[in-house]
Design a protein around this ligand. Structure first.
Ligand SMILES: *Cc1c(COP(=O)(O)O)cnc(C)c1O
Length: 401
């Protein structure tokens, strides 16, 4: 088919997405080219997925090598790449056991089911409530979207699964009022991504942990967006004084190959006895071989420290743009998960900034209608960064004019 265009999308695809007009065709590092040959700098990173940029040689060779050996077995068998990746995750985190899935939503689905099962096994039928936070995002399956705290994503899909409550993020008093011995788990992102790049206070995170301990509730960290070096540590919980009981990881875990993982302790893992949960593709050798290589590249002081350095450069350049055009009220986030909140004059216009920046040659994201979000490759070079932020500046100039 040679006559493929954006219009083809409307003819053949379910209309749940509204993709950009340009169609990306090839990528290398943080550079991207569309079907017309136009060059862009990618500061969206496939929504915090392409942690090593596009087509990193280490990923390409891991995929090619595994592709010659073994693609798929199902979980009737285990395989070497899955066991190696699980071992690496365990060696570098609080976790003692791993479950593999294919996406963030699936990793969370496993996490929430495990929390329910663990509570039932250890404390009885009554302990089944999940508490999560408004503006949180945990995926699009019916369970995960219900735990997520954004009504716009559940509207029209009722009846929803029960036993889920929501409270305000970064407000310990609100959680205190709702948590009880019926709570089986508190679910949170250690930094809210989709909800607007919200970094909670350390005291809040510690307070959530303490309340969970008091009520024998599990603390589930959704690190699908914040994990794998995105914030400058391997996982964002490592910036805080707490460890979760369950952690979900996906997005950057595969660097662009679909894979998800749920990490937990021996004690909690025991409730997923044979037959309680599963996946046909989860732990697939291709995905695990790629993720294992991505893990090796990211989990080094050079890369993780480099993320922290890049954060400062991004922030300085964004502040410079703001000094000139006065459009942001705050530059926030951690590492290379950066939010630029629009000030009073530009409320609701994040999409305009994103579109103008794209036309000027750089990809950025939104986190709601009032926040520009950037989640570039952890390896983005100074030159790529400057080219991308210069495009953003030209985009800002147009919207502000
Ligand atoms: C993207 C995201 C998810 C969903 O991951 P999918 O791979 O799209 O299912 C879940 N939680 C958080 C925090 C995310 O950012």
């Amino acid at each position: 088919m040679s006559n493929i265009s954006r219009e083809t999308f409307d003819q053949v695809m379910v209309p749940n997405y509204s993709p950009m007009q340009m169609i990306p065709e090839k990528g290398e590092g943080s550079k991207l080219w569309d079907t017309e040959g136009k060059e862009y700098i990618d500061m969206a990173g496939g929504i915090a997925v392409n942690a090593l940029g596009h087509c990193h040689p280490a990923m390409v060779s891991a995929l090619n090598e595994q592709a010659q050996k073994l693609w798929h077995m199902s979980n009737v068998f285990t395989n070497k790449p899955a066991l190696e990746l699980a071992q690496k995750l365990i060696d570098s985190t609080f976790a003692e056991k791993v479950f593999f899935a294919n996406s963030g939503g699936e990793a969370n689905e496993a996490a929430f089911k495990l929390a329910r099962k663990y509570a039932k096994d250890n404390f009885g039928e009554e302990k089944n409530e999940i508490i999560a936070f408004y503006q949180g995002f945990h995926g699009r399956t019916l369970f995960t979207v219900s735990v997520g705290g954004q009504e716009k994503y559940t509207k029209g899909f009722e009846p929803l699964p029960g036993g889920i409550k929501h409270v305000e993020y970064n407000n310990l008093e609100a959680l205190k009022e709702v948590i009880s011995d019926k709570t089986c788990a508190v679910v949170m992102e250690p930094l809210q991504g989709e909800g607007g790049i919200i970094v909670p206070d350390n005291e809040f995170v510690q307070g959530v942990r303490d309340l969970c301990d008091k009520h024998n509730a599990l603390l589930v960290f959704d690190e699908v967006q914040t994990g794998m070096g995105r914030t400058g540590k391997l996982y964002a919980y490592m910036h805080t004084s707490v460890t979760p009981d369950i952690l979900s990881s996906a997005k950057a875990l595969g660097g662009g190959f679909p894979i998800g993982a749920m990490l937990t302790t021996d004690k909690v893992a025991k409730s997923f006895v044979v037959g309680t949960h599963g996946s046909t593709y989860g732990g697939n050798p291709l995905g695990c071989a790629v993720a294992s290589k991505v893990f090796d590249v990211i989990n080094t002081p050079e890369v993780l420290d480099g993320v922290v350095e890049r954060h400062e450069k991004f922030k300085a350049r964004l502040n410079q743009i703001n000094d000139k055009y006065n459009c942001f009220s705050e530059i926030r986030g951690r590492g290379l998960l950066i939010g630029a909140a629009l000030n009073e004059s530009f409320q609701g216009r994040a999409r305009d900034f994103m579109n103008a920046t794209l036309a000027e040659g750089a990809l950025i994201l939104m986190a709601g209608p009032n926040v520009l979000r950037m989640a570039p490759s952890l390896l983005i070079t100074d030159d790529e960064m400057e080219q991308g932020l210069a495009a953003l500046e030209r985009g800002v100039a147009q919207v502000v004019a």
